[in-house]
Every structure is written in C-alpha cells, then in structure tokens.
Design a protein around this ligand. Structure first.
Ligand code: NAG
Ligand code: NAG
Ligand code: NAG
Ligand code: NAG
Ligand code: NAG
Ligand code: NAG
Ligand code: NAG
Length: 475
C-alpha cells in the first residue's frame, strides 16, 4: 500500500521534469505592454518569442550569417521563414538588441537605432494560426497592424495580396518582384521590366471596370486565384498540382518568389514541402538563367555566351556590365550573333525596320541602347535599353543580334599604360574610399561590424526549400 510520502515522491518525480521542460520552452501566445526579449548567445538558429495557438508558427529571432539577427515568422516544423520584419537590413545578434512591446512591436539596438517598428498604439500582439502577426486593441475589431499586409517573399494560403503590395525576392537577389495590374499579375525585374505576365481568364467572373482593384489569394483547394473586390468567385484560377485534392488539417499551401525570379507553390503534406506550382516552367524563360551576355538555348543544351569566343562561366560572360554608355568617353565593341531572340519578346516593344542595317543603326547612334535584335522574316527590330542579360537561342539564322560590350582595354599597344593607369586609379579609389568610409561611419555612428551588404540573406535564400533540389534531382 502506498503511503502519502510515496504519493508525494511520485508526484514530484512526475511533475519535476514536466515543469522544468515547460518552463524552459514556454512560449507565450500573446505579448502585452512591458514585454521585452533579447537574443541569447547560446541560441544556435532560432529563438521563439511568440507562438500561434497551434504551435505551427513562431515569431522570433533568426540567426543569419552567425552575427546577425532577423525578426522572423517561422514555420516551426521545417524552419522555413515565411516573413521577415526588415528583409533589407539585419540587426546584430547581441544582448543589446531588444524586441519590446509598448503598443508597438519595436526592434531596437540602443547603440545604433530603431531597426524596425509597427508604429502602432495597441494593447497586445498575437500570432494567428495562419501565421499572421497582428497588433490588436482590447476592443477587438480590425487589427491596427498585421504582417499579412507587409508580405516578404511568401504568400500563405488565405492571405490576400492586393495591388498595393509587392512580393520581393530576398537579398542578394532583391530585384525580382510580383505585382498586380488591372487584370493580370506580373513578375518584374528591377520594378519595370516585365518578364512574366498572367492575365485573368475571367471564365467564372468578369473583372468590371470601376469596380475596384483586383487581389490574389492562395486558395486551400489548390490554386492561386485572382478576384475583384467583393466578388466571391475568382476571375482567374492558376491550378496547383494539388488542385481539388481533399483539404486536410495537416496540409498547407504557399507561394514564394524565389532567388531565380520564379514564383513557386509548395504543399506541406505534414512532413515535407512538395513543389506544387511553377509560374515559369522553362529554364530559358527565367529572367537571367545564364547571366549577362549569356545565351540560353531551350531544349537542354543550356547556357553559352553570346560572344562565341568566350567560355561560359556561371554568373555571366563578361565581368564589367553596369552603368550606361552615355556621357564621357565610354567606348564599346560590338558582338554579333545569329540565331538569337530577345527573351519574353511578346512583352518587349519593337519597331519595324526594312533591314538589319537600319535596325543596328537605331542602336549604334543611341547611347542608351545596349543591343538590337532583328528578325528578317518579320522586320521587327527590338531595341534593348538596359544592360544585356540572357538572350534566347533560336535555331533560326535569320534572327540576328547586335550587342554592345563596354571596352576594358584600348588595344595591345596601350596595354601597359592602361594597366599603370588602372593601378593608380584603383590606388586612389581605395585610399579615398577608406578615408570617406571612415568619415561616413563616424558621422553616422556606424560600428565596424555592422551590416554593410545584404550578404547574410544569401543563406536564407539558398538553403530554402530543400524540396526543390529533391524534386529537380528526382527528374
Ligand atoms: C515605443 O517605443 C518606441 C521606441 O523607443 C518609441 O519611438 C515609441 O514612441 C513608443 N510608443 C509608444 C506608444 O509609447
Ligand atoms: C484557426 O483559427 C480559426 C479561428 O480563429 C478556426 O476557425 C480554425 O479552425 C483554426 N484552424 C486550425 C487549423 O486550427
Ligand atoms: C481576404 O479578403 C476576403 C474578401 O475581401 C475576406 O473575406 C477575408 O477575410 C480576407 N482574408 C484575410 C486573411 O484578411
Ligand atoms: C499544424 O499542426 C498540425 C498538428 O500538429 C499538423 O498536423 C499540421 O501539419 C501543422 N501544419 C503545418 C503547416 O505545419
Ligand atoms: C563565331 O561567330 C563568327 C560570326 O558569326 C563566326 O564567323 C565564327 O566562325 C564563330 N567561331 C566559332 C569558334 O564558332
Ligand atoms: C534612344 O533610345 C531610347 C531607349 O530605347 C529612346 O527612348 C530614345 O528616344 C532614343 N533616342 C534617340 C535620339 O533615338
Ligand atoms: C531576308 O529577307 C529577304 C526578303 O524577305 C531575303 O531576300 C533575304 O535573303 C533574307 N536574308 C536572310 C539572311 O535570311
């Protein structure tokens, strides 16, 4: 027969480990005024500060490139970040960095500045079971602020993507964006160059002029829909592989703008993210599949260089491709190549000329032109007013490209002088740059180890979604 002493002992034995583990892993589901948290040096990768009721998602400190910190909403089971408070700047992983709630959620580092703030005056912060972070008042109603209104590179199921929002791929590739137009969604490079466009088919519902802007949403039934405000039926449906598969409590869908400029959908089957949708299915239709002055030939032969004397290296065929050709004594040489077309030519404007020579002349005499492509059969002349990225290989020899390449040297006779001049200029620039940098840092109170380049997010982007590699290896 068990005495009361035994009962106590058993109770202690059972309760002790429980209370210990729950005390160390306790994550609140609401933050109130007065809350503060700082990153701990012992944290390896993620330190949760707020959990959603299901325990599937957490808000917390994500360690990036060892010494930096991003405030992130993470999918716990896969450690995939869905949202970052400030994708372009990371704070430092230091005990002086602090997340606090005083009506606003604020990330500060007293030695530097306020890194990020919701700029609200609410009563509590909480994370909903769809990964939406909200600042609410006691009176409930519409939240004062929600992370769903400020998407990073990911849209989760049920999240409304409006014409005021942008999905941006993460640094260092933060030049691809997804935005909505009047009746379409588009992927853009550097905000203006459209490389993928999906226009609403309007089979189930029409988009009516003057009835408000459209918005997009990942539907849990397995599609990316476009809707017009107040319309229940979608004006457009882009089906995922999981279209009309039974929706279970374990499954979850999202779309993400990835570092290669593609928009991909993923399906959480309870233990893995499976590739479920791709806006761009042909590698050569991606914005920069072979880098600058590259040539992408559909059908598997892959990447080469527009200049057939240059060997293809990942990252581009020529090193010095930036700035413009206008002003000063900018000189260039010309590379011609037959069998090439502009990528996404249906989205690029053209003029009609009577000959190849006339097309080339339009470009030759205009310093904002980087290249021109001519199709002898149609007479279409495409004038490119941006530095040359990857062109598309076509078997058709009557399609000819003319490309300007900035000159790096003036010829063999002058080479020695060029080298000497370059060395002197580089020396001056380095010394001048160092002096300026020191002054600038002093003036702005920037510490040496501060975030200078968006490098740390490299890891975030490339380590993301192992399932892509899995699915592409599986082919
Ligand atoms: C919360 O703290 C931030 C940073 O210290 C400050 O700028 C802001 O005014 C505070 N907000 C309120 C409502 O007190
Ligand atoms: C999420 O929360 C909503 C209401 O807050 C509830 O109706 C829904 O069932 C929850 N979903 C899951 C998967 O728990
Ligand atoms: C998205 O928009 C629809 C229609 O306006 C609305 O019913 C729904 O609540 C919104 N969802 C979220 C998460 O805000
Ligand atoms: C959320 O939690 C439930 C229960 O543990 C699980 O079945 C489901 O897969 C989770 N969802 C996600 C998106 O992780
Ligand atoms: C490169 O292209 C030029 C002009 O189109 C051609 O004359 C030459 O034979 C090509 N060289 C090689 C190695 O293919
Ligand atoms: C030069 O090219 C740019 C871009 O294609 C064009 O806007 C501009 O009008 C051209 N200038 C002349 C003088 O043709
Ligand atoms: C271009 O088209 C003209 C007439 O359409 C034709 O005579 C000429 O041979 C073509 N040139 C090439 C290189 O295909």
């Amino acid at each position: 027969m068990l005495g009361t002493h035994h009962l106590h002992l058993i109770a202690i034995l059972f309760l002790l480990p429980c209370s210990c583990s729950s005390a160390s892993s306790y994550i609140p589901q609401e933050l109130h005024k007065g809350f503060t948290a700082s990153p701990e040096s012992s944290t390896a990768s993620f330190q949760a500060v707020l959990s959603d009721p299901s325990g599937n998602f957490s808000l917390g400190f994500l360690r990036v490139n060892q010494n930096h910190l991003a405030l992130a909403i993470l999918h716990v089971a896969s450690s995939e970040p869905f949202w970052l408070a400030n994708p372009t700047h990371a704070a430092s992983w230091s005990h002086t960095t602090r997340l606090s709630f005083n009506g606003s959620l604020v990330l500060t580092d007293p030695e530097t500045r306020v890194w990020w703030s919701t700029a609200t005056n609410g009563d509590r912060a909480l994370l909903l079971n769809n990964s939406n972070l909200q600042i609410q008042t006691r009176a409930q109603g519409t939240p004062l602020w929600e992370s769903f209104n400020f998407p990073t590179n990911t849209l989760v199921q049920g999240q409304n993507f409006t014409s005021h929002m942008t999905l941006l791929s993460l640094p260092p590739n933060a030049f691809y964006s997804l935005r909505l137009g009047d009746n379409f969604m588009g992927l853009y490079e550097n905000r203006h160059f459209l490389y993928w466009k999906h226009t609403a088919l309007e089979t189930k519902a029409e988009i009516k002029e003057g009835q408000g802007p459209i918005y997009a949403r990942v539907n849990s039934e397995g599609y990316l829909g476009m809707y017009q405000t107040n319309d229940k039926l979608p004006a457009d449906v882009q089906k995922f592989n999981s279209f009309q598969q039974p929706v279970t409590a374990a499954s979850f869908l999202l779309v993400r703008l990835e570092p290669d400029g593609n928009l991909r959908g993923y399906y959480w089957d309870g233990s893995n993210w499976l590739l479920n949708y791709q806006a761009i299915t042909e590698t050569c239709d991606l914005p920069r599949p072979c880098g600058s002055y590259g040539l992408c030939t559909p059908g598997g032969s892959g990447c080469s260089c527009l200049d057939n004397r240059t060997r293809f290296e990942p990252g581009g065929c020529f090193n010095h491709v930036s700035g413009d050709l206008c002003g000063g004594r900018k000189s260039y040489r010309v590379v011609r190549r037959s069998g090439v077309e502009p990528p996404h030519k249906e989205l690029v404007s053209h003029v009609t000329t009577s000959s190849l020579a006339e097309c080339e002349l339009l470009c030759q005499n205009n310093c904002s032109c980087w290249g021109a492509l001519y199709s002898n059969s149609t007479g279409f002349c495409y004038v490119l007013d941006y530095p040359i990225q990857t062109m598309l290989g076509s078997g058709d020899g009557s399609k000819v490209g003319y490309f300007k390449v900035t000159k790096e040297e003036r010829g063999k006779m002058n080479r020695v002088w060029v080298v000497v001049t370059v060395l002197v200029v580089v020396g001056i620039v380095i010394i001048g740059g160092a002096v300026c940098m020191t002054r600038w840092k002093k003036r702005n109170g920037v510490k040496e180890d501060d975030w200078a380049s968006p490098g740390p997010y490299k890891n975030l982007g490339s380590a993301s979604f192992r399932s892509i590699e899995m699915s592409s290896n599986g082919k």
